[in-house]
Design a protein around this ligand. Structure first.
Ligand SMILES: [Zn+2]
Length: 428
């Protein structure tokens, strides 16, 4: 059913997929009673509140959802705040009961509004006015809804990624807090908490938060190396080591788990950063990862022999294919990093150097190479440094988001064997 899929897609910004799936089942089995609803609209912002009861495990759970979006942007600017009395909600800030109510509200209310919203946009903005009349003075001024985040916890590499910012400078925007209040960005004060880097599986993504006495998740990181709290309106700037890490992430466009673990890991010991995997301690997950193994597949294509690699691992359902960690793209053409050398010969020379040097010294290899442009050279240098210092294993994950480890040693061994077998000629 298309409508349920729409609800699922929209809901993914606010709920984990497992909560949404359970919520959908509860919604479809008619185990939900709406008890209260309220709508308010002010200065172009629509605020909806719904309360309901959801029946599960022979109990009725009391759920509440607040929705907030701008009239101008409709559901693309939607913010959702759930509330429930169950244990999963207390632990994770979300649960299947709230997700069930989300389905109900989407199907019965929001979707109809969204269709009406499309009509509204098509009728043209002038007709509905982008202006409001100031109370008291009677003057009209340009209507401006506050800036809101696409999702809490993101690191915005550019100001233009934030929703509703009229110019590409954060400090010129009006920010709409979770409470609905719209404020301008205050002057930043030094950041004193601990930065929390939250890795999530299925789909893989990284969200930032920070910890003082409690963990604040309604935050955004800005490209100015600053952090904004959408609940309190506080604005902080980072110093030194956190700035350096964020700079690396921004400049090199890093997003894979290996890259980000590597960048943040050295700050963990200093107590400035905490790393979480699905909101549990990352270290305990990493220490008991299953190994993935390499499968090499030879096949012929247009009279030459090609070679492709897969990583395979076992989970309770059998064998799964695992994504090749991005750092290993050094070994590939056709979408791999070797494509970025100016000529194929240079790429093969680079590969040869790698295979003749022990891994601990890989990070020195690029300093003598001039066959890359600056941007790629920086990226390569970072990746080689990571492989040099990473230790034995890389982290990789399956499409379902399970983590596995992968032995760099066996990867090196395989490649050295291939090289000794055929060298340049073979790898062409
Ligand atoms: Zn609940």
């Amino acid at each position: 059913m298309v409508i349920l899929e729409e609800a699922f897609l929209l809901g993914k910004s606010f709920f984990e997929e497992s909560s949404l799936k359970k919520g959908q089942d509860l919604y479809l089995s008619n185990k939900l009673k709406l008890s209260f609803e309220k709508e308010r609209a002010y200065e172009g912002i629509v605020a909806l509140t719904f309360s309901g009861l959801v029946f599960q495990d022979s109990l009725w759970w009391d759920v509440q959802l607040s929705f907030r979006f701008t009239e101008k942007e409709g559901l693309s600017s939607l913010l959702v705040k759930p509330k429930c009395s169950c244990l999963p909600f207390l632990e994770k800030g979300q649960c299947a009961h709230a997700a069930a109510l989300f389905y109900h509200v989407y199907v019965e209310k929001l979707r109809k509004r969204q269709l009406a919203f499309k009509d509204f946009v098509e009728q043209g903005e002038e007709e509905h006015g982008g202006e409001i009349t100031e109370e008291g003075t009677g003057r009209t001024k340009r209507f401006q809804a506050g800036v809101i985040p696409r999702e809490f916890g993101l690191f915005y590499h550019h100001a233009k990624e934030v929703l509703g910012l009229p110019v590409s400078r954060f400090d010129l925007g009006l920010f709409q807090l979770c409470s609905g209040q719209v404020i301008s960005l205050p002057s930043p004060t030094p950041f004193l908490g601990t930065l929390v880097v939250r890795f999530f599986s299925n789909p893989y993504r990284v969200l930032y938060a920070y910890k003082t006495e409690k963990i604040h998740t309604f935050v955004s990181l800005f490209s100015e190396y600053s952090l904004f709290n959408w609940e309190t309106g506080e604005y902080f700037f980072f110093e030194n080591v956190i700035v350096n890490a964020l700079k690396k992430i921004k400049m090199l466009g890093l997003h894979g788990p290996n890259d980000l673990f590597f960048v943040w890991h050295e700050l963990v010991e200093s107590g400035q950063v905490i790393l979480l995997w699905n909101d549990g301690p990352l270290e305990s997950v990493l220490s008991k990862l299953q190994k993935a193994t390499i499968v090499a597949n030879f096949f012929s294509q247009e009279e030459s022999t090609c070679l492709e690699f897969f990583l395979e691992a076992e989970n309770e359902k059998g064998n799964v294919l695992v994504q090749i960690p991005s750092a290993l793209k050094f070994f590939f053409f056709q979408g791999g990093y070797l494509d970025h050398f100016y000529t194929k010969r240079e790429a093969l020379n680079f590969l040869e150097k790698i295979l003749k040097t022990s891994r601990e010294n890989w990070k020195e290899i690029l300093t003598s190479s001039h066959s890359l442009n600056g941007e790629w050279k920086n990226f390569f240098t970072f990746q080689l440094q990571m492989l040099s210092e990473q230790g034995e294993d890389l982290i990789c994950f399956s499409p379902q988001g399970e983590l596995f480890s992968f032995s760099l040693k066996s990867w090196e061994k395989l490649w050295r064997a291939l090289w000794n077998f055929g060298g340049h000629e073979f790898l062409k």
